[in-house]
Design a protein around this ligand. Structure first.
Ligand code: MN
Length: 255
């Protein structure tokens, strides 16, 4: 199995290193990761500057590792298109910090997995739900099990998996739950300050508020110290209102 690995925390992030060390035992790896942190880069791709790949030596890592001056989605596109054969699997992570609910829309990690799905390559994103210094070992071992399983499994086209792992010891993990996305939006607090030249600048911060953490959601699973696996796809069509939109927009369809 040939796996392309990327992340959004940057090529020197500890979560990436843990993932590489775990997967290199079972697969041939190619690593292309952003040269610096790109968390919350979303699905951005680079169109207005040249992209470059620089070889990086990481201790304890065999195989090719490249730092890329682009986004996580760029890394996946480069990985898919600059190799003689596309990889069998793309794994993005291990992200430091949760990717639950609406966070998947901002996440560079999840967008990398989504880009793989667009390229027709099976993929998953994996995150540990803490920004603190954590042991990525349990998530890295789980990623290996999942990668081996996906090697024999055909996920439906356009689909990928979003995995979140609670930041606890292996003994405290209460199992694995198949979930849907909950709702976890940020109350976007904006700090308005003045720079040394007297000009105003703004800085986003804020805490997530969870409006749906019911059983069955990714947020609910993590609250119970379970690993959550949410199947995802990039079709943003609202099927809920698709059938009714005709009547809702009655009168607008006449041109
Ligand atoms: Mn990140």
């Amino acid at each position: 199995m040939r796996i392309l690995i990327t992340n959004d925390d940057g090529v020197r992030a500890p979560g990436l290193c843990a993932l590489i060390r775990s997967l290199q035992e079972v697969a041939e790896l190619r690593v292309i990761a952003p040269e610096r942190e790109q968390s919350a880069a979303g699905h951005a791709v680079t169109l207005h500057k040249p992209l470059r790949l620089a070889p990086v030596a990481l201790s304890g890592v065999n195989g090719e590792v490249f730092a890329c001056n682009g986004t996580p989605a760029d890394c996946v596109i480069l990985g898919a298109l600059t190799d003689s054969d596309p990889p069998d699997l793309v794994v993005a992570g291990i992200n430091g910090g949760a990717n639950l609910g609406e966070e998947v829309l901002y996440s560079g990690t999840v967008s990398a997995a989504m880009e793989a799905a667009i390229q027709g390559i099976p993929s998953f994103a994996i995150s540990v739900t803490s920004y603190d210094e954590v042991d990525f070992g349990p998530a890295a071992r789980f990623a290996r099990r999942l990668a081996l399983l996906l090697d024999d499994l055909d996920l439906p086209d356009n689909s990928f998996l979003n995995v979140n792992v609670p930041p606890v010891s292996p003994e405290q993990i209460q199992g694995v739950a198949i979930t849907r996305l909950g709702h976890r939006a940020y109350i976007n607090r904006i700090h308005r300050r003045e720079d040394p030249r007297g000009e105003t600048y703004y800085w986003f911060s804020g805490d997530p508020t969870e409006s749906d953490s019911a059983p069955g959601t990714d947020i609910g699973a993590i609250a119970e110290n379970k690993i959550s696996i949410t199947p995802a796809h990039f079709d943003l069509t609202s099927y809920e209102i698709l059938d009714n939109l005709d009547s809702l927009l009655e009168g607008l369809r006449e041109w």
